[in-house]
Design a protein around this ligand. Sequence first.
Ligand SMILES: Cc1cc2nc3c(=O)[nH]c(=O)nc-3n(C[C@H](O)[C@H](O)[C@H](O)COP(=O)(O)O)c2cc1C
Length: 506
Amino acid sequence: MVTTQSTTVRDLRSALDEAEAHGELICIDREVEPGYEIPNIARTLSLQPRCPVVLFENIRGFAGWRVATSLNADRARVGRLYNLPSGPLAQKLYLMDRFESPIPPRVVATGPCKENVFTQGIDLQTLIPWTHGSRHVTHRYFQGPVISRDPRTGRQNVAMYRTCIQGPDTATVNGRWDRHLGHQLGDAKRAGQSLPVAIVLGPDPGLIQVAASKFPYGADDFAMLGAIRGEPVELVRCETQDLLVPADAEVVIEGEIRLPLQTGDDGPWPEYLSYLGMNIHPPLMHVTAITHRNDPIQYMIIPRGSGDNSGVLAGALFLRHLRGFLSTFVEDCTLVPASAMHHAVVKVRKTEPHHEGLQLNAALSAFGFLVELDRVVLVDDDIDIYDHEQVEWAVATRCDPATQVHLLCPGRSHQNNPIAGVKEMFGEPITKQKMIIDATIPWRYRVAEKGPGLTFFTRSEWDAVDLGEYLQPADRERWVKAHATGTLTAAMFDKPAGQAGLPGTM
Ligand SMILES: Cc1cc2nc3c(=O)[nH]c(=O)nc-3n(C[C@H](O)[C@H](O)[C@H](O)COP(=O)(O)O)c2cc1C
């Protein structure tokens, strides 16, 4: 059991204050247009070595509003906001522990999100800053956690689904049929009821992470956020729907998906894999109220680029899934950022001959975590799975495709991965052949000695020297120090003398 200190983050404003206190907030006071200008400025800033938090203070057409972005884009920042330990594995283990002790939310009578209430004359187009996103996108969007209630169990679900404005008081909610909202909608239809939904814009950025994560259906997402914060999240009742929403959210859009189900038009949208998505027809929500704080701040999530999702929570849930099956045989795992959820690397600890083969069970289990997962690379526990060069090196030097690459059956993938999604045009299922690349050293080869104490996988060993003893100060200054932050590839693979390799064998 890990002791938790309550975080200082309660809402978007306290998170912005925290970022400012650490010099990570950039305020832009020049007037900016929200549709294309804000996302492009935010994306350009996100391409800097570290992505700052941005606060736009002067939004064309939306007097009195500000727009914030990119709080979740940086792993170190997310760690600091929520008092997480440093290092990706330590963060996962800490969060896994926290998720064992959810802290239920507390319902309060009212909160800042009720400072302004609109139930009449609602116009989504003029009331709240929206965005288009990238070029070619003409629809207007909001992105924030969507809260809905299961008509059978009465439990709330919180999930990130984008909202596309359709008319003054209508918008689509892109919770596809295979998402939790889709399941709820199916139940609502069978029960002949409308489905209440609330869209939360500008919440505690931690809620965005929780909403985008694969908690099992029925888990109380607010209790998970409470566990991360170390204290209960405060919720208030909606004005017009039977739903509970965060009391200190900046904006809440209340509404319902009515029967008979209507759909709207959404797309193309700059999707998470950096391709423009397709035109789709998600369910239509009728807006019944909008509430917001005074001096409201809209939070925009700039798709792909700022990648306003550090993946901290997703990683913890992935490891929880794998360890639930194989315990600490699975040392760590990661979803590769460039391919989003489609490629994973799983690090296993083979220490006994009978462990051979178990790595494949770990990979098969990984496919059960995410529908989108298409490829798993397995590596031994001496590989840094966050360093793609090391993973490549392991694949090149430890995997013989003849016996260690496993092509499985095709399984469902995601329509936004174009090589799978294009099949829909041809009336084919959106599938991709699942694949395992086993880059762990086969046990038999791992222990085969080519000389006393030397295996085929023994790494070359080198001694580190103090260059100060050999180089002129000027050369040391201009070469060693100037390149101190550069990548010295060889150093990552050669084993310094005295450093442990794989247990017992290397
Ligand atoms: C910024 C952002 C936007 C997202 N938009 C969508 C979306 O529009 N539709 C969707 O199905 N998933 C979307 N996702 C992924 C879902 O949030 C994620 O799969 C989540 O687990 C869904 O919740 P659920 O498991 O309760 O259905 C988005 C994720 C992020 C981080």
